[in-house]
Design a protein around this ligand. Structure first.
Ligand SMILES: Nc1ncnc2c1ncn2[C@@H]1O[C@H](COP(=O)(O)OP(=O)(O)OP(=O)(O)O)[C@@H](O)[C@H]1O
Ligand SMILES: [Mg+2]
Length: 486
């Protein structure tokens, strides 16, 4: 629109349309009342001015003609005294008459009402032909407009009668009526504003309530409802709004229930998985490990009894193979569920894991722990943090291409914080989320299950930091001293 070419107008327009609806309606009502009142006042003033002016002129003409008729006799008799009285009489009985005078047949002033002498130029200001009944002339004087009326006496033979009627009274009447109209307009505007205020309050209140309720819904309060005021359009809107919030509340409840169920299932799955790992690790250690140890010892005895016999080479081979298998089974049992996690707790288990990790992966690793030594937590918390650190380190080994990785475990107030920071290639979080990877997601889920939070700070090329914060309910100090681990 062309308005955009005028920035000032544009700004003004933006200001006007951004005021509240209440003020828009009030402004509209006030503007309309004032416009109507002013238009009526101006129109009334024009009509009244025209009517009063015509009346003034008609009265002035009648007076002048009457003066001319009555003065004729005194002029014929040359009775200046009576003429003078006649002039005085005319002026005193008509408040609009500003001056009155009679010119003789040569146009010279015969009698006049001017106290300061006959004004210059007054004679020529208005003239009348002897054949005319009168002639009226508008004069602009320092006292305002004066209508000068001239009427010939005895068809001009006796001279000319002149009367000046002033508009001062007319203007005073007009000013009075205009003032009254303006006062009436102001009163109507005041009343109109009062009525408009009540109406806008009635109209905008349900809208304001809807706006407030919408904000509450946007903030997640789906139980918000608005009481309908009337059965009109806004009432229909309110009913639709209430229906919508009811549906939203239902959907939110269902989602919450689903989330709860999912959490429970996840909890069960993870607990079952840990239990299963623990059981398999125990079986491997207690059954398979024991059996292999027995076989190894049997083989050792056989070798000792055999001495440098024919089967010696074969027995040595079997003995070595059994030893290697025993180590693998122990390692597997350890990885599945390190007994140190159950026996000595989180810090010891992570220290042990890091020591193993550092032996198998060619990345420098450092570990520090603060305020957590000799403290045991809820087994669920210990398992969750252990598995998260384990997955984070597995990711560093698989994807980071890092030179160094640091692991910190510390107690901050009522929280346990674990940090795994590498100086590798980093990654795009959004892109990683879109792929079907389970590691990061599993870390997040595990943290959530123990009311914790996982944060990942990374950008391609700038390393990765994983933060986990878990509340430490049920932390208990233990008197066990951590043994020195290999
Ligand atoms: N420390 C890291 N440095 C660089 N990239 C990483 C790091 N950790 C994760 N990523 C990236 O994020 C992706 C997702 O990791 P996530 O652990 O979820 O899956 P994954 O390791 O690929 O597979 P898995 O489901 O077996 O864990 C990885 O494929 C890798 O590209
Ligand atoms: Mg992974």
């Amino acid at each position: 629109m062309a308005i955009s070419r005028f920035p000032l107008l544009n700004t003004l327009w933006c200001r006007i349309i951004s005021v509240s609806m209440r003020f828009k309606i009030l402004g509209l009502a006030l503007g309309l009342i004032l416009l109507l009142g002013l238009a009526l006042t101006v129109q009334m003033r024009l009509i009244q001015e025209d009517t009063l002016r015509k009346e003034l002129q008609r009265h002035g003409i009648a007076l002048t003609r009457d003066l001319a008729a009555r003065a004729a006799e005194f002029i014929l008799l040359d009775d200046l005294y009576s003429l003078h009285n006649l002039l005085q009489d005319t002026q005193t009985h008509n408040s609009n008459v500003r001056y009155v005078f009679i010119l003789d047949s040569r146009g010279m002033p015969l009698v006049y009402s001017f106290a300061q002498g006959f004004p210059q130029g007054m004679r020529e200001a208005n003239t009348v032909a002897p054949t005319d009944r009168y002639h009226i002339q508008r004069l602009e004087t320092n006292e305002g407009v004066v209508w000068d009326i001239a009427a010939p006496i005895l068809a001009g033979e006796g001279g000319v009668a002149r009367i000046g009627v002033s508009e001062t009274g007319l203007q005073a009447t007009l000013a009075l009526t205009t003032r009254q109209f303006l006062i009436t307009t102001a009163l109507i505007a005041f009343l109109g504003m009062a009525v408009a205020s009540i109406l806008t309050w009635m109209i905008t209140r349900p809208i304001s309530q809807l706006v407030e309720a919408t904000k509450a819904v946007a903030a997640g309060q789906f139980d918000t409802r608005v009481t309908p005021w009337a059965d009109d359009e806004i009432g229909t809107l309110t009913a639709a709004f209430n229906l919508m919030t009811a549906e939203l509340a239902k959907a939110a409840r269902e989602r919450e229930e689903r989330d709860q169920l999912r959490g429970l299932l996840l909890d069960k799955i993870i607990t079952a998985q840990e239990e299963e790992r623990r059981r398999i690790a125990r079986e491997l250690h207690d059954d398979t490990g024991q059996a292999l140890t027995a076989i190894k010892m049997g083989l050792s005895n056989a070798i000792a009894m055999c001495g440098p016999c024919r089967e010696r080479g074969r027995l040595d081979q079997l003995h070595n193979l059994t030893g290697r298998t025993l180590s693998s089974v122990r390692q597997l049992a350890l990885e599945l569920r390190p007994p140190v996690l159950d026996d000595l707790g989180l810090v010891a288990a992570i220290r042990r894991y890091i020591a193993d990790w550092g032996r198998t992966v060619e990345i420098a690793i450092s570990f520090e722990s603060f305020g957590l030594d000799n403290i045991r937590f809820d087994p669920a918390v210990e398992t969750a943090v252990y598995r998260i650190v384990q997955e984070a380190l597995t990711n560093v080994a698989r994807h980071a291409n890092a030179q160094h990785v640091g692991v910190v475990l510390e107690r901050r107030g009522t929280e346990c914080v674990a940090i795994v920071e590498d100086d590798g290639q980093g990654f795009d979080k959004a892109a990683a989320k879109n792929k079907r990877h389970l590691g990061l997601q599993g870390m997040e889920e595990r943290a959530k299950l123990v009311q914790g939070r996982l944060m990942i700070e990374t950008t391609p090329g700038s390393g990765t930091t994983i933060f986990v914060r878990v509340p430490l309910q049920g932390a208990a100090k233990i008197s066990l001293r951590e043994p020195v681990l290999p």
